[in-house]
Unconditional design. Structure first.
Lengths: 224, 418
């Protein structure tokens, strides 16, 4: 996939770029309004990660410009403004999603994956990972010919893992993804453990390989 | 004691004392003047006797009179000092003693010395004094009453601006956009008071706004560095295989950053709610939101083996859905987070109130303190802003949020306005 990261904060931009850089991905970046405009006018991307506050201009104008020209690039707004109006304005203008800083890179990746999925799997809602086959529409999972009964959260967790395959995902990021960032659970991550254990057990029992690995007690890694 | 009462009391006491004092002086003066008048009559009578004796060389005949009695008695060689006396006068007709004034004198008729006693009734005089005194008392009373009434009316009217100012102060809200109302008065003291209050309140508001702006800006500025730390941690996590000590350090870092993030978000949210910046009010069914949140949290309370009992009726509110969700999210997550394993949560919703009861680790909490910022139990990992935010949301939407403890339940009640 081909991505463009428009973000003025160097540290954040670099982390995002690094997190997305892997075989098969092209990840470009722009640090200000002018260079972002040049890039979006010259190339097309699967997904553009767009910061609202930019030196030299506003990310919303870039969004408007893209929509005015009829480009169908996926757009994920990244903003420090957790204002409902901004969120609604962004989504009304045609952005695909809105993520508020600070966020986990794994969350960003899951959101980007979802946008790209929506954009590219026209009508085809089946996603596969080796022997695991996921029907996004029906929300069902099959391993080979065996269907796996997952709860809503286990299903979300599996998608999250696949979007972040090969990456170590922290327990905090998983908890926030599944239960929302409003819920304050710093004192107890045990229930995440039991969730992951259940998902793992269900997949393995259905005949899948064991892809979920605990990583240093801080998180989990979904990898072959 | 009210100023008016105080003032009236002092005023009345002084008036009564002064009036009594003048009354006494007045009585004395009138009394002396009238006695002098009687004394003059007595002297006239004495002169007549002297005249009679000088011409006729004998004592005059004593004739009966209504208000005067003259009597002669031989002096028997005594020396008689001429003097006025207060005595009693016996009325011939009524045979009743009345107060009288007498003159003792002496006269030489023939070869004998006689003592003369002329007594005159003072009844008439005293009657006069009494009338004068009564009129005076009546005047005093009238004066006191009119003073009282006038004071009451004028003072109430004079102090009216003061009570208006006081009322303004009472309704003053530092977070309010409106400035304090100016009370117009032609009394310069009140005008000064008013302008002093207006200046002070404007300054307080200004400082408060500055402080709020600072909190907002500071929280905002913190977002980016926190986002960088967060992303760097996520990146660091991918780099290498960590040993146990490093993992522990990373885990602690994650936890702190996640707390910092939540704290920061809560602060920004609180500022926004305080400024009434979230106003996407719509018709929301509280019951549905609760059911949705419970489904969201089901794994978490199931993990703690908490038994949740619900009894919900439909209740529609006109409120921002996101704020209602934040409010209920805070209350429910508190009920779960501070609960004990195998504890209970009871949720009851009807048209008038929502009650969330939960068992918990803590004993009764101070119902005033828990809504204050950064007030939290020692072992809580929360931001300490959750209940402050909840209360603010309730305040902004005309709901009231209260806490009670009924062993073993902590009870949060939201009362809806009817």
């Amino acid at each position: 996939m081909k991505l463009l990261i428009i973000e003025d904060e160097q540290g954040l931009r670099e982390s995002m770029q690094e997190y997305f850089t892997e075989a098969g991905n092209i990840c470009e970046s722009a640090a200000d309004y002018a260079s972002a405009m040049v890039k979006v006018n010259m190339y097309r991307y699967d997904c553009i990660l767009l910061d609202i506050n930019l030196p030299g201009g506003n990310g919303i104008s870039i969004l408007k410009d893209l929509k005015a020209k009829g480009h169908s690039d996926g757009i994920l707004i990244i903003s420090a403004k957790n204002s409902l109006d901004d969120r609604l304005e962004g989504l009304d203008l045609g952005a695909d999603d809105y993520l508020v800083k600070p966020f986990h890179l794994s969350e960003l990746r899951a959101r980007v994956a979802a946008i790209i999925r929506r954009k590219s799997y026209n009508g085809n809602n089946i996603m596969t990972f080796n022997e695991i086959e996921i029907d996004l529409q029906a929300k069902t999972v099959d391993v080979g010919n065996t269907s796996v009964k997952l709860t809503r959260k286990e299903f979300a967790l599996l998608l999250y893992f696949i979007a972040n395959k090969g990456k170590v995902v922290s327990k905090n990021a998983i908890a926030e993804h599944l239960w929302g960032d409003e819920f304050d659970m710093a004192d107890n991550f045990d229930f995440i453990y039991s969730h992951i254990k259940n998902l793992r057990k269900k997949l393995v029992e259905a005949g899948s390989n064991d892809y979920i690995h605990a990583a240093y007690g801080m998180g989990y890694k979904f990898a072959e | 004691m009210r100023l008016l009462t105080k003032y009236n009391r002092i005023n009345l006491i002084t008036t009564v004392i002064v009036m009594l004092f003048t009354g006494i002086i007045y009585y004395q003066a009138v009394s002396i003047i009238l006695t002098n008048q009687v004394d003059k009559d007595l002297l006239v009578e004495e002169n007549e006797i002297f005249e009679h004796v000088r011409i006729n060389h004998n004592l005059p005949e004593v004739y009966k009179s209504d208000d005067q009695q003259i009597s002669f008695s031989p002096a028997n060689g005594q020396t008689i000092t001429r003097r006025f006396i207060d005595t009693t006068y016996i009325d011939q007709k009524e045979k009743e003693p009345e107060s009288g004034r007498g003159l003792i004198s002496s006269v030489k008729a023939g070869n004998n010395n006689y003592q003369i006693l002329v007594v005159e009734s003072k009844v008439e005089t005293e009657y006069l004094i009494r009338i004068i005194f009564s009129i005076t008392i009546a005047v005093i009373l009238l004066l006191v009453i009119s003073l009282f009434v006038i004071n009451r009316l004028t003072i109430n009217r004079l102090w009216k601006p003061f009570y208006l100012i006081l009322n303004n102060l009472r309704t003053f809200n530092i977070a309010d956009k409106k400035s304090i109302l100016v009370v117009s008065s032609n009394t310069s003291e009140f005008n000064e008071l008013n302008s002093a209050i207006a200046t002070m309140s404007a300054k307080a508001k200004n400082d408060y706004q500055d402080l709020k702006a600072f909190t907002e800006n500071a929280s905002h500025e913190l977002l980016t560095p926190i986002a960088v730390i967060n992303s760097k941690l996520d990146t660091l996590l991918q780099t290498d295989i960590f040993n146990e000590q490093q993992s522990k350090l990373l885990g602690d870092l994650y936890e702190s950053v996640s707390r910092l993030t939540r704290l920061n978000r809560s602060m920004l949210l609180l500022v926004k709610i305080e400024n009434n910046l979230i106003n996407d009010d719509q018709n929301v069914n509280v019951k549905e939101v609760i059911e949705q949140l419970l489904a969201q949290f089901s794994e978490i309370y199931a993990d703690k083996n908490i038994k949740v009992t619900i009894n919900l009726s439909d209740k529609h509110l006109h409120i921002s859905k996101s704020l209602l969700e934040i409010l209920l999210n805070n209350l429910l997550s508190n009920a779960i987070r501070h609960n004990v394993d195998y504890g209970y949560i009871d949720i009851y919703l009807n048209a008038h109130k929502l009650v969330i009861k939960n068992t918990g680790k803590n004993l009764a909490l101070d119902s005033n303190d828990i809504f204050k910022r950064f007030n939290k139990s020692s072992h809580s990992e929360g931001t300490g802003l959750g209940l402050t935010i909840s209360r603010q949301i309730c305040d902004n939407n005309g709901l009231s949020l209260n806490y009670q403890y009924d062993d073993p339940y902590h009870i949060m009640t939201i009362s809806f306005k009817d």
